[in-house]
Design a protein. Structure first.
Length: 176
């Protein structure tokens, strides 16, 4: 899966993808942090996903250095050009949000292609998996992909008789 993500096509041939495979104590720490974030931020599905992570065998984390501009001045990031986006990105400090931004749209497309390549590979090998935004949030919060990572997803893996990542309850509603 990591190889598939690494070799996936990248905009202008520039690789900004960050990959880490975690198991054991790192996986348990990720599940615990996700559960805590669910409580701190009152997001019910984070608790459900934390349970899935805790019961998983491994998790592939894939992130991007989304602040590395492609230099095509497409404007998809919301700025007139890459230089303007980079200037705002360099000034932004502190992180009350989940991911850092703004992010280059080309780099976000690269991340999506890398994640898709990884899950395709898991499917070919019959490994149950699910792309989790929430696992990426917890991984970023724990710094598992380094300070240069601006956006991440987690792909937990399981090999059991029933795929635990589907037919799941939606997660508890927000607390009142």
């Amino acid at each position: 899966m990591a190889l598939a993500a690494r070799t996936a096509p990248k905009g202008k041939g520039i690789d900004t993808i960050i990959i880490r495979v975690i198991t054991g104590k790192d996986l348990r720490a990720l599940a615990k942090r996700l559960d805590t974030l669910g409580t701190e931020r009152d997001i019910g599905f984070f608790h459900r996903d934390a349970g899935n992570l805790a019961a998983s065998d491994a998790c592939v984390l894939i992130g991007s250095q989304g602040d590395v501009v492609a230099g095509v001045n497409c404007g998809a990031c919301g700025f007139p050009g890459c230089a303007e986006m980079a200037a705002v990105s360099e000034k932004r400090t502190g992180k009350p949000w989940y991911f850092s931004g703004p992010n280059c749209a080309v780099r976000m497309a690269d991340l999506g292609i890398a994640v898709g390549s990884a899950v395709k590979t898991a499917q070919i090998h019959n490994a149950d998996n699910r792309v989790m935004y929430s696992a990426g949030v917890a991984a970023m919060d724990l710094g598992l992909l380094g300070a240069e990572c601006t956006v991440a997803y987690g792909i937990p893996l399981s090999a059991t008789g029933k795929n635990m990542y589907f037919d799941r309850a939606p997660g508890p509603e927000k607390r009142k």
